[in-house]
Design a protein around this ligand. Structure first.
Ligand SMILES: [Zn+2]
Length: 305
């Protein structure tokens, strides 16, 4: 009844609820910014409870970002909004959108140095889910003021983390609050991530036409993307014939590379901005109004690899 607005809790009830739920009572009266349910990859893979919990964590991070923004410690969102023409939009259109976004975010050519930092510098809140929480894939919530990107618990895979962050950026740019929850939308975000991290006109001439692993290893180091993503790109751009692609995939499987790729790229990129704010006096004060255990868990997940 309280949630639906049919009844209002009195001060005593609020205080009891606060201690039972381990949140300050001030948290209950904070204004709530609404957005859709979020860009989740597979609704089947992640249960409703896990999804709601992950989403609630993103809301707390958003609250914290609002405090940080008010203290001049977090920039307003500067993520361009370039809606796709529809669910059937594909290759060329998305390649073009990704190119425009690179330019808008100041990436003129070559690999994106740090996707997480780029997002944070443009007003996007980035956090990692606490370790030990259910295995939820990366997802995002398109709040207009500060969109939130939530990366999965750190699996020590830099390439995957970068691709995930770029995928969520694709949603924020192309889908925003307009479309979500359909498989086509996920496919488009994947195409965006590939185009954003490996622009066709730059990578096409670099990609081998045969299964040249040492060449792929070099490209992995240079572009900071997985071998799987490079192979897929080589096929999608028509650089590598289908037969060669299938041979490569089979070889990679046989060698166990689909679980653990060779040429590790080091630690995943780490969000920093909210964490830096939490440590300031204003940040400590802001936490008085928020569920501190959630913030502490997110801060842990974000700092510890
Ligand atoms: Zn997605």
């Amino acid at each position: 009844m309280f949630e639906s607005g049919a009844a209002r809790p009195g001060a005593d009830t609020l205080s009891t609820l606060g201690s039972a739920l381990n949140v300050p009572t001030a948290f209950f009266v904070r204004p709530l910014t609404e957005t859709h349910e979020g860009f989740f990859r597979s609704l089947r893979r992640t249960g409703v409870t896990d999804r709601r919990r992950a989403r609630a964590t993103a809301y707390v991070a958003h609250d914290l970002a609002l405090h940080a923004a008010a203290a001049g410690r977090f920039p307003a969102s500067a993520v361009p909004s370039i809606q796709v023409s529809g669910l059937e939009a594909g290759g060329d259109e998305i390649e073009h959108i990704a190119g425009r976004v690179r330019t808008a975010l100041g990436i003129l050519s070559g690999p994106v140095p740090d996707v997480v930092q780029l997002l944070e510098d443009h007003g996007v809140v980035v956090i990692r889910l606490p370790l030990g929480t259910a295995d939820v894939d990366a997802f995002s919530l398109p709040f207009p003021d500060h969109p939130v990107v939530v990366l999965g618990a750190d699996k020590n895979d830099r390439a995957r983390s970068r691709f995930d962050a770029a995928h969520e950026l694709g949603h924020l740019v192309m889908h925003g609050e307009h479309i979500w929850g359909m498989p086509e939308v996920e496919k488009q975000a994947h195409m965006f991530a590939a185009a954003f991290l490996m622009p066709a006109h730059e990578i096409h001439p670099q990609l081998p036409q045969t299964v040249d692993w040492s060449r792929f290893f070099d490209l992995k180091r240079h572009w900071q993307v997985s071998l799987a993503a490079l192979l897929r790109r080589a096929k999608d751009l028509g650089r590598m014939p289908e037969a060669a692609y299938l041979t490569a995939i089979k070889t990679a499987s046989a060698r166990g590379w689909r679980r653990l790729e060779p040429v590790p790229l080091g630690r995943p990129e780490q969000p920093r901005r909210l964490l830096a704010y939490i440590g300031t006096p204003a940040g400590r004060k802001a936490q008085m109004e928020l569920p501190r255990n959630i913030i502490a868990a997110v801060a842990d997940a974000t700092t510890v690899a």
